[in-house]
Design a protein around this ligand. Structure first.
Ligand code: GMT
Length: 377
C-alpha cells in the first residue's frame, strides 16, 4: 500500500507511535510518506521505503496565527496525487483530522482517511468547547477511527456526538530496542553503589502530576537510599524542582532533559513512576516495562490496560501519594519482588504489545477501510 502518515514530529507518544508504525510498515514493504512540518525525531536516519514531505507555512503580516491546517491540507492533497496514496493515517485529531478531511475533499475522495485518537486530543484539548464541534465532525467523517485504549474509546463516545464505530488498537513497543540490558555504566553516573533509581519520563505538563512525582520520591528517599532520574522537559519542571526543595530532596534529583534514544536510560531504572491525573495509554510506562522495569502509577484512563496491579507494578488513585510511596518503597527494598515484577512486565510487553503483534492489526484495518468494510457515520 501507499500510506501517508501525519503526526507531531516532536518528543511525545503520538509522534513516537506514528513513527514506529511507519518504520514497521516500511519494513513490511509498504511505501510510507510522512507529511509534517519537521522530520519526526525517531526518523532522522535513512530508512528504505520511507519518504518525508515537509509542510511549509508561509507567514504574512495579516496572520496572527499562521494557517498550518491549510498548508498541511494542501501538502496532503499534493502527496496523495503524486504518490497515489491509498490511505492517509493521521495521528492526533487536532488539527490533523481536519486537514485530512479537507485534502480528501480536494482529491475527490481518491484516498481513505484513518484517524488515530491518542489522548489529550480527546480528554483535554478536544473537549474544550472551542474544539468539540470540529473534533466530532472529523471523527464522524474519517473513513476509519482507532483509539489507543478501550478507555479512550469510551471517553470519546461519552464526550463527543460520535455516531460511528471506533476500533481499539493499543500502542506497541519495539521489544528488541526496549529490553533489559547491562546498565552499570549509566547507573554509576547517577547513583552511588547500593542506591536505587526511580525514574519519571514525560512532557512535564500538569496532567502528568509532576509534583506528586517529587512527593512520592521524597517519602521513598526517607526509607530507601535512592535517586530520582527525570527524562524530558516541559512547563511544570520547575514545579517539580520546587516540590523537591520543599521536601528536602532536591540534591537527589538528576535531570536528563529531552533525549532522543531513551531505551538505555529506561533500562537503568529500578522503578518507573507515572502518577498522571489522566493518561489514555501511558507509552512511557510500556517502554519501561519492556525494559524489565516495574511501574507505580495512577489507576486512570488506559494505564490499567497495560500495568497489571500487583503483577507488573502497583496502581493507586492519582492523589494517593502515600499509597504510591509505600508500594515504591516495598518494590525497591525487596530484590526478589522487584526482579519478579520486572520479569512479568517484560513478559507482558512481549506477549501483548510487541510491534510485530500490533502492527498487523493496523494493516488489516487499512485493508478493511479501503474495501469499505469499515463504515463511517
Ligand atoms: O499529552 C500528552 O501526553 C502527549 C500525547 C502525545 O501526543 O504524545 O500523549 C498521549 O498519547 C500517547 C500515545 O498514544 C499516550 O501514551 C499518552 O497516554 C497520551 N497522553 C495522555 O493521555 C495525557
Amino acid at each position: 500500500m501507499n500510506i501517508g502518515i501525519t503526526c507531531y514530529p516532536t518528543h511525545g507518544g503520538s509522534g513516537v507511535i506514528a513513527t514506529e508504525l511507519g518504520k514497521e510498515l516500511a519494513r513490511r514493504g509498504h511505501h510510507v510518506h510522512f507529511i509534517s512540518y519537521d522530520t519526526p525525531f525517531r526518523l532522522r536516519e535513512y530508512h528504505a521505503n520511507i519518504f518525508y514531505h515537509e509542510v511549509d507555512v508561509p507567514t504574512y503580516p495579516l496572520f496572527k496565527y499562521p494557517p498550518y491546517l491549510l498548508a498541511l491540507s494542501n501538502k496532503m492533497a499534493e502527496v496523495a496525487r503524486t504518490e497515489k496514496l491509498d490511505v492517509l493515517h493521521v495521528h492526533y485529531a487536532i488539527p490533523h483530522a481536519a486537514s485530512a478531511f479537507l485534502a480528501r475533499e480536494m482529491s475527490d475522495g481518491a484516498f481513505k482517511v484513518v484517524t488515530t485518537l491518542h489522548g489529550t486530543d480527546i480528554t483535554l484539548v478536544g473537549s474544550d468547547p472551542s474544539f468539540t464541534g470540529v473534533v466530532s465532525f472529523c471523527i464522524n467523517r474519517s473513513d476509519g477511527v482507532t483509539a489507543v485504549s478501550a478507555s479512550l474509546r469510551q471517553e470519546t463516545l461519552d464526550t463527543f456526538a460520535v455516531t460511528r464505530d471506533i476500533t481499539v488498537i493499543r500502542n506497541f513497543v519495539d521489544v528488541a530496542e526496549f529490553a533489559p540490558r547491562d546498565s552499570r555504566e549509566l547507573r554509576g553516573l547517577w547513583a552511588q553503589p547500593g542506591e536505587r533509581i526511580l525514574m519519571h519520563m514525560s512532557n512535564f505538563r500538569t496532567v502528568k502530576g509532576v509534583d506528586r512525582v517529587a512527593k512520592v520520591f521524597a517519602t521513598v528517599a526517607r526509607q530507601v537510599p535512592s535517586r530520582l532520574v527525570l527524562v524530558g522537559d516541559g512547563p511544570d519542571i520547575d514545579l517539580l524542582r520546587r516540590a523537591a526543595r520543599a521536601e528536602g530532596v532536591a540534591d537527589r534529583l538528576v535531570f536528563l532533559g529531552s533525549q532522543d534514544r531513551v531505551a538505555p536510560v529506561l533500562a537503568a531504572a529500578d522503578l518507573f513512576l507515572l502518577p498522571s491525573s489522566k493518561e489514555s495509554f501511558g507509552l512511557a510506562a510500556l517502554e519501561a516495562m519492556a525494559c524489565g522495569v516495574p511501574v507505580v502509577a495512577s489507576d486512570v484512563g488506559g494505564i490499567p490496560e497495560l500495568v497489571e496491579n500487583g503483577r507488573t507494578g502497583f496502581l493507586f488513585p492519582p492523589d494517593d501519594v502515600q499509597g504510591m510511596a509505600r508500594a515504591a518503597a516495598l518494590v525497591l527494598s525487596d530484590d526478589g519482588l522487584r526482579r519478579r515484577m520486572g520479569e512479568e512486565a517484560r513478559r507482558l510487553a512481549e506477549d501483548r504489545f510487541a510491534t510485530a503483534k500490533v502492527v498487523p492489526a493496523y494493516e488489516e484495518f487499512y485493508r478493511r477501510v479501503i474495501s469499505g468494510a469499515v463504515l463511517s457515520a
